[in-house]
Design a protein around this ligand. Structure first.
Ligand code: HMG
Ligand code: MG
Length: 314
């Protein structure tokens, strides 16, 4: 038994939490999209293979966005076929119909559109106003559903926006319900700049339920800028949310949002869930080893506290 395997939290279940959580791993997409130096396609493919080997079952692979907007993911066509045979779900981001065409051509089965709760971020990220961007997603969602794909809809800036400040929950809910009405299967509530706190999370989830969005269709996507991602996740779990986005090693950031830092680290999340007795199917030792390997590829240590703690014990 390795030191990593020995160092597991004691399991003490807490009441009223989901029995199982599906982790939506975003390290290969959200985690890498902001990296300045080009990460070789083979390294990305190996990263995804190792994540699958560690037990993650939903691994966001890449984005079919404009290569000039996100140069790091310009190799989507080369990467996707290298991993598409893995026995895991491999969602990809599509910003428009052109992106959907590219994803369909490679046989992608899960796509994600990404909207914004604010006007400023819609313009910065999609070069469109909020409503114009939403209208453009309508044919993307419809065509994807007609082709039998699963569609996730991200909503960014759900808790605060670097240009507009606090974002009212009713404003977020309007965008969320529009995407559900289009036919999205799942919403992911993005705290792009990491400003949410647990009460705010609860309030948005309650607002969404009040507008007819079932908790079962909701995922949470917390960036960890202010160290709140895990507390916010616990608040979401207590509300019944069972899908949590996280990034191996805490990699991440959004190139079009100043002050966006890494996502909630998958290892930190798995540590907490194991302690709570919530099943994820993830092998924490293998996952940590993957993040240590990836940190070596990127030339800097992982920001994840759990990765630091476990790898120092080796
Ligand atoms: P645009 O410049 O307005 O595009 O960009 P356009 O529609 O005017 O088209 C201009 C040219 O781009 C055309 O080519 C199109 O064919 C081409 P031309 O006719 O001039 O030769 N084009 C494309 N080429 C390849 N793939 C495409 C594509 N689309 C158009 N998909 C666009 C609009 C949406 C494309 C651009 O703004 C874009 O790519 N944005 C992506 C930004 C991005 O990826 N951000 C990061 C992901 S979001 C995120 O990280 C947040 C999240 O993690 C949740 C959270 O934390 O909140 C999800
Ligand atoms: Mg993100």
């Amino acid at each position: 038994m390795s030191a990593t395997e020995r160092a597991l939290p004691m399991t003490v279940p807490a009441p009223d939490l989901p029995a199982r959580v599906r982790i939506h791993e975003v390290g290969a997409r959200d985690g890498l999209q902001n990296e300045k130096a080009t990460v070789p396609t083979e390294v990305k493919a190996e990263f995804i293979r190792r994540l699958a080997d560690a037990g993650l079952t939903t691994i966001e692979a890449t984005s079919f966005v404009h290569p000039k907007w996100v140069p790091q993911l310009a190799d989507a066509e080369a990467l996707f076929p290298q991993v598409s045979g893995l026995p895991v779900a491999l969602p990809v981001l599509v910003p428009n119909e052109r992106g959907l065409d590219r994803a369909l051509a490679l046989g992608a089965r899960q796509v994600a559109v990404f909207a914004s709760a604010t006007e400023s971020f819609a313009r910065a990220n999609l070069n469109r106003g909020l409503d114009e961007a939403l209208a453009a997603f309508d044919p993307v969602v419809r065509r994807a559903k007609d082709a039998g794909l699963t569609v996730r809809a991200y909503v960014s800036m759900c808790f605060g926006d670097p240009w507009e400040g606090a974002v009212p929950v009713h404003q977020v809910a309007r965008v969320c319900t529009a995407l559900m009405d289009m036919g999205a299967d799942e919403l992911s509530l993005g705290d792009t700049i990491g400003v949410a706190t647990p009460g705010h999370v609860r309030s948005l989830l309650t607002e969404l339920n009040g507008r007819g969005v079932p908790t079962g269709s909701i995922a949470v996507h917390f960036h960890d800028t202010y160290g709140q991602a895990l507390s916010n996740t616990l608040a979401a779990l207590q509300h019944g949310v069972g899908i949590v986005d996280a990034s191996a090693g805490g990699l991440g950031g959004c190139p079009y949002a100043k002050s966006a830092t890494g996502n909630l680290a998958t290892e930190d999340l798995v540590w907490m869930l194991q302690g709570l007795g919530i099943d994820t199917g993830v092998d924490l030792g293998r996952l940590t080893a993957t993040s240590v390997w990836m940190a070596g590829q990127l030339g800097r240590p992982s920001p994840s506290r759990t990765v630091k703690a476990l790898s120092h014990q080796e």
